[in-house]
Design a protein around this ligand. Structure first.
Ligand code: GLA
Length: 375
């Protein structure tokens, strides 16, 4: 939406894929922020430190203001936000439009009454007072527990956030159930397109396939969100090629890049994938055009994304378990004229482009290239 924010996809960290619900503490959040300020990720563009579900302790009687869990967030959310801001980072939080959060339903989170239904104004004001810069507003069956309707419920919080006068990026999530790409561009800065990601190749590759028809709906301020990153987790703990495929495809998709692993424990090889400036430049390209899938056969795929300066990013994507040679004609990715080829992972010029771009791509991997007009 046109609120001046998220002109490029938001980048940062979110607690959920790291600690889920009951492991969330202020120390986990502070450690993520401190490590990000220290390991080059902040300089690479990561900025939002987002505290997902399960920070909540309840509502104050009388005012109805949310407060944080006293055992796990003893210093409160305002102090946490201040610490994040002092590190040169931004502070994100989680809310729901109904009466129950997803962790009430799925993680036996025992504290109830946390939803914003009927508390929209006080919640927006509370979050603004805490210094919040980003809200993840998550559907969680609000139609069942509160009789809520998607567009008016999400629009209500958009308007309450605007009323606070604070710049707050608005990220909504209804899991792609009601085709949010068709209506959320005027409601939010990003919208989830699928059910939750998990740390398996099956999940990541399924989500990539779900994005093929969504490219036309992304633009600066309004992004398809294929969900948070699993780099560093589960099947993505070590496999360099799978991590490159996950990151490279999220960059092609102009996706928000929200890391969900323990930043202090990140393998330096994964930090260097996460901070590859040429991969990030694709994600953050100011044109804001999301990749289209131009080739899709049984085994392999090719995706292309227009960038500023007449450049074109090309992903030769191999979702299979064996190495494949993948090629594409330059005309198929919309390339014209005289171009040279830049390899993003090697950070090297490969010389003049010929009529076809061809590369050996490892199993569960992506070859990522930029076609650059020759001066
Ligand atoms: C849903 C969301 C997740 C996470 C949890 C929190 O499942 O899709 O990203 O926010 O709720 O309970």
């Amino acid at each position: 939406m046109e609120n001046g924010l998220a002109r490029t996809p938001p980048m940062g960290w979110n607690s959920w894929n790291q600690v889920r619900c009951h492991g969330l503490t202020q120390d986990v959040v502070r450690a993520a922020a401190e490590a990000m300020a220290d390991n080059g990720m902040r300089e690479a563009g990561y900025s939002y430190i987002v505290v997902d579900d399960c920070y909540q302790g309840g509502r104050e009687p009388g005012t109805g203001r949310l407060f944080s869990h006293p055992g796990r967030f003893p210093d409160g959310m305002r102090a946490l936000g201040d610490h994040i801001h002092e590190l040169g980072l931004k502070f994100g939080i989680y809310g729901v439009p109904g009466t129950r959060t997803c962790a009430n339903d799925w993680d036996d989170y025992p504290v109830t009454g946390l939803g914003s239904h009927g508390h929209e104004r006080v919640d927006a004001e509370t979050w603004a007072d805490w210094g919040v810069d980003y809200l993840k507003y998550d559907w969680c069956d609000a139609h069942v527990n509160a009789g809520a309707v998607r567009i008016p419920a999400f629009t209500r919080m958009r308007d309450e956030l605007a009323r606070t006068g604070r710049d707050i990026v608005y990220s909504i999530s209804e899991y792609g159930v009601d085709s949010p790409w068709l209506w959320a561009g005027d409601v939010a800065n990003s919208w989830r397109t699928t059910q939750d990601i998990d740390a398996t190749w099956a999940s990541v590759s399924w989500i990539i396939d779900c994005q093929a028809d969504l490219w036309a709906h992304a633009r600066p301020g309004a992004w398809n969100d294929p969900d948070m990153l699993q780099v560093g987790n589960g099947e993505f703990a070590r496999d360099i090629d799978a991590n490159r495929a996950h990151m490279g495809m999220w960059a092609m998709l102009a996706a928000p890049l929200m890391v969900g692993t323990s930043i202090p424990d990140l393998d330096p090889r994964l930090v260097s994938i996460l901070t590859n400036p040429e991969m990030i430049a694709i994600d953050q390209d100011p044109l804001g055009r999301q990749a289209r899938r131009v080739v899709h056969d049984d085994q392999t795929q090719v995706w292309a994304r227009d960038l500023t300066g007449g450049r074109i990013a090309v992903a030769l994507y191999n979702p299979t378990g064996s190495a494949r040679e993948i090629g594409v004609g330059l005309a198929q990715v919309g390339a014209v004229g005289s171009l040279h080829v830049r390899s993003v992972w090697d950070r090297a010029d490969l010389g003049p482009a010929s009529a076809e771009l061809v590369s050996q791509v490892p199993p569960r991997g992506v070859g990522l290239f930029v076609l650059v007009p020759r001066a």
